[in-house]
Design a protein. Structure first.
Lengths: 340, 291
């Protein structure tokens, strides 16, 4: 019951956030907060959600999620009308976006299929290698992806007569997508598919003995995660008004992991908490330490979280609740994902 | 014919460098079960520290400038690796994923500090006169001597590692530790100390690769990601913890990269990953990995 109240409260807060910001900040600052802090946090939270979904319910720490998000972004950028340079071009957003999501889902399935027989750190290594491989391929390929420069001017569609560049349109569309996907994940893990997935996480052998196909469920989970990451990737590409290899390189790949781990790999909500913390640090690192030394700062935060609380901020909440005697369910820690 | 020979020789010299770097990665993984995500960063840091030592000596026209840079790079990497193990990784032994995350954290911070301390300027060592210039190679013609030296160094590293692992007491402990850490400890061996030694050795090999690699090609930010990727792919293809497997993996990846670049330049990266995916599909533990 208490949880439902908290959940409703958070959603209400997120829905009214732009107006609350307007009430306390000047117009331009409120818009900046809406699009560049909250909006960005929501978008990258979606990408982190795809990793958290895999990690929490499957026990797979995949480092390929940013690359998969980039696949959707490139899918849109290559096909959509108005992108510069126009590579295929000509398609309206109504077609280009589904195409991008399809590409991301397919890439998710492919990554899942390649990594299907590996787990734990092997999976981590293989997904990272795949991500870096796609990054280097995109960076060197001019014909399809315009190489190092990438593709610009992906401005987003007009919705209900409103331009997508309007910070409020961007924020509410992103928020709606995030809430839908979040609800979808919570629903999915209660379906038979989700239960089998959690069974595989805890003991793949027993699940196989019950007659379920472990490889198929694993690959399907990567497909679902690919779709989620793709949604984030499309929004991130529109947010950045284009995409370049730099946005799927080692740095962004690791950033998604940082968000998920800071937030906590015990519950999907951790993805959004982590991405909000990350974005706030990213925006205000200049005031805290040094304008250019953001990576040192976020690296330290990440290291401290991994050393002190492997289940992230949500894990800290869980433990506090456990201390207060209110929570019966404590978040799973990284260590338990590691040791099935 | 000449072109084909050049491409193959390029592939082999590249493979030599990959082997030096990846063997350290493989060694650490083999005994410690630690995926050292900071391996590429060690390469970068060792290169820059080595260059800091090398530059003033080179300006002073001392003949041993390069060797001093090499020694500094190796020593720094070894100490950094040992410190990483002592301070952070040793007390979470067995939590493989958490250790991997810690090394990721270290690599983020270290790469950023490299940028802060050394700036983003690309650097390149000048090889000493003895191994500078070009050598006549049959079918190929003139070929940079240093790249041939690279092959020699890699072979020396391979032989030395083989001797160390198979003919010394430390090697015996390492091999025993790969099979059963707890039993090794029960036999009275100080396993944590062996772990520190292995970490230092693996990191030192990475440092060696860092200075050698930065002599053959420029040292710049971004190389850390590249060499982490190479180490991962080489070790995944060759098999975790096997030195011979690492050598096979390095040759395959080096040749694939050069052949790919000669035949279909903008798609060459795909070839490397087709090899990786094929190996994973047929032998998930790598060509010479133990299941």
């Amino acid at each position: 019951m208490a949880e439902r109240i908290v959940r409703t409260g958070v959603v209400a807060l997120l829905l009214t956030a732009p107006f609350l910001l307007l009430a306390v900040l000047p117009l331009n600052q409120a818009q900046f907060w809406t699009a560049n802090v909250l909006g960005r946090a929501v978008v990258f939270g979606i990408i982190a959600l795809s990793l958290t979904f895999l990690a929490t319910y499957g026990g797979f720490i995949s480092l390929a999620q940013m690359m998969i998000a980039g696949t959707a972004g490139y899918g849109v950028a290559v096909t959509v009308d108005g992108a510069v340079p126009s590579i295929v071009g000509g398609l309206p957003y109504a077609l280009a976006v589904p195409l991008g999501l399809l590409a991301a889902t397919a890439m998710g399935l492919l990554v899942g299929a390649i990594a299907v027989r590996t787990r734990d750190i092997y999976l981590l290594m293989i997904t990272l290698a795949l991500a870096m491989g796609v990054f280097r391929f995109v960076e060197t390929n001019i014909a399809w992806f315009n190489g190092y420069e990438g593709i610009r001017n992906v401005v987003g569609p007009r919705l209900f007569g409103q331009d997508f560049r309007n910070p409020y349109v961007f924020y509410y569309v992103s928020l709606a997508v995030a809430l839908l996907l979040y609800g979808f994940v919570l629903y999915l893990v209660r379906t038979p598919f989700g239960l089998v997935l959690q069974g595989i996480r805890d003991n793949a052998r027993r699940v196989a003995a019950l007659g379920y196909s472990v490889p198929l469920h694993r690959i399907a989970a990567f497909g679902v995660a690919g779709f989620i990451a793709g949604c984030g990737g499309v929004l991130a590409t529109i947010y950045n008004i284009g995409i370049s290899p730099g946005s799927i390189g080692l740095g962004p790949t690791v950033n998604v992991l940082i968000m998920s781990v800071i937030g906590g790999l015990g519950h999907p909500v951790g993805a959004f908490i982590g991405s909000l913390i990350f974005t706030v640090f990213d925006t205000f690192a200049a005031n805290l330490y040094d304008r250019d030394r953001f990576n040192t700062l976020i690296g330290l935060v990440f290291l401290v979280i991994v050393l002190v609380s492997p289940d992230g901020v949500t894990g800290i909440f869980g433990r506090l609740r456990g201390l207060a005697g209110a929570g019966k369910r404590s978040a799973r820690s990284l260590a338990s994902i590691n040791k099935p | 014919m000449g072109l084909a020979a050049t491409v193959v020789l390029n592939g082999l010299t590249l493979a030599a460098l990959y082997f030096i770097v990846a063997s350290g990665f493989s060694l650490i993984f083999g005994l410690m079960r630690v995926v050292n995500m900071a391996h590429g960063t060690l390469y970068l840091v060792a290169g820059y520290v080595g260059y800091r030592v090398f530059e003033p000596l080179y300006d002073a026209d001392v003949w041993w400038a390069w060797y001093a840079g090499l020694a500094a790079g190796i020593a720094f990497a070894a100490v950094a690796g040992a410190l990483m193990q002592v301070l952070l990784l040793s007390w979470m032994q067995g939590q493989e994923l958490r250790q991997a995350l810690v090394t990721i954290g270290i690599s983020i911070i270290a790469a950023d500090q490299v940028l802060a301390i050394f700036g983003g300027t690309p650097r390149q060592f000048f090889a000493p006169d003895a191994i500078f210039g070009s050598t006549q190679v049959p079918f190929v013609g003139g070929y940079p001597t240093f790249r041939l030296v690279q092959i020699g160094v890699a072979m020396a590293v391979g032989v030395a590692l083989w001797l160390l692992l198979n003919r010394t007491r430390l090697g015996m402990m390492i091999r025993a530790g790969v099979d059963d850490r707890e039993m090794l400890g029960a036999c009275g061996v100080n396993v944590p100390r062996v772990g520190i030694a292995v970490f230092a050795l693996g990191a030192a090999l990475c440092g060696l690769g860092g200075v050698i690699g930065s002599t053959a090609q420029p040292l710049a930010l971004g190389q850390d990601g590249r060499f982490l990727l190479i180490s991962l792919v080489v070790v995944i293809v060759g098999g975790m913890g096997s030195i011979t497997g690492t050598a096979i993996g390095a040759v395959l990846v080096g040749l694939a990269e050069q052949l790919g670049q000669a035949l279909f330049p903008t798609y060459s990266v795909i070839l490397t990953f087709v090899i990786m995916a094929t190996v994973l599909a047929l032998r998930p533990q790598g060509i010479l990995g133990r299941g």
